[in-house]
Structure formats: C-alpha cells, structure tokens
Design a protein around this ligand. Structure first.
Ligand code: DQA
Length: 162
C-alpha cells in the first residue's frame, strides 16, 4: 500500500526537528503596546530572530500567535501530530486564567518553557499566579524579548540532545 500524504508528512516531521513558539493574546501589538513594560520590538522582529537562530541550528522554528484561547489550544494539540519536540510559550493573560491551555500542554506532553517579557512578580498581584509554571521545565520573566532567545536556546540544546 502506498503511504498517504499525512503518513509521509508525519514521517518527514519525525526526522525534521521542530520547535514551536506560541504567543498569547495582545502580543500581536508588541512594539506599540505599553512600550515601557513590553519594549519597542514588534512580534515580527522577535519571530524573525528566533527563526534565524533555528536555521543556524538546523531546527525548524514555527511561530504562532492568537488572541483566542481555542485557537491556542488547537495549535498546541496540532503540535503532537507535527512531532514538535519542544514548545516555548508566552501565554500572556491566559497565564493567569487558562486551565484549558495548561491542560492542552500536559495532554500533548511536549516539554515547554514559559516566557514573560515583564517581571510578572513585580506587577499587580493577579499576575503572580501562573497556571503553567509548575508544569513548565522552567520559566523566564522580566528579561524583555531576550527571554524568548534564552528559552529558545534551551529548547535547541534539548532538541540537539535527542
Ligand atoms: C505577559 C505578562 C502577562 O501578565 C500579560 O497579561 C501579558 C504579557 C508578559 O510577557 O510579560 O499579556 O505574559
């Protein structure tokens, strides 16, 4: 029997190393959104830098942003079929509210790091609780967009070792 496209795609993905970067709500506004807190870099600039780092390491870095919880959950679920090896995620405001997105990450069982541009512990009390930190391999916060680079560096090292 000839393999189907999906089967061939899945096989190709198993050999290709993929890291998924997920950005939650309002991060599409980076660059103009409260720049004193989140900086002046745009999401496109951050993603381009992460993808370039991935290319240097021979890893396919795929970036995804959504303002809706369901779309983020579906993207995380799809990551399992794509054989994504590692996830770097900034759940943004869903950090503090979303059991559903946390459950998606534990369901697919793909290791992940949680990133926040701002120091969530030095802001309003409601930002101090995360539904992700206890199931993440690690959390980086308060280092601006460098946090994504450091999270990806960790992911690339992990993926290289596999
Ligand atoms: C954020 C912190 C969250 O509290 C906030 O809701 C965000 C961004 C950060 O990157 O600092 O949208 O995740």
């Amino acid at each position: 029997m000839r393999p189907t496209c999906t089967k061939m795609q899945k096989k190709a993905n198993r050999t290709r190393k993929i890291v998924l970067v997920v950005h939650g709500p309002n991060l599409n506004l980076l660059g103009t959104r409260e720049p004193k807190i989140y900086g002046r870099e745009t999401l496109a600039q951050i993603d381009a830098r992460l993808q370039a780092a991935g290319r240097r390491a021979g890893v396919d870095v795929r970036c995804f942003q959504s303002n809706t919880e369901g779309a983020l959950i579906e993207r995380v679920q799809a990551a399992r079929d794509e054989a994504v090896r590692f996830i770097v995620i900034n759940p943004a405001a869903y950090t503090h509210t979303s059991v559903a997105l946390r459950d998606a990450l534990t369901a697919v069982a793909i290791p992940f790091v949680e990133v926040h541009l701002s120091n969530v512990h030095a802001r309003e009390p409601f930002r101090r609780h995360s539904y992700f930190s206890d199931v993440a391999l690690g959390t980086i916060c308060g280092l601006g967009s460098l946090g994504y680079d450091l999270g990806l560096r960790f992911a690339l090292e992990r993926v290289a070792g596999k």
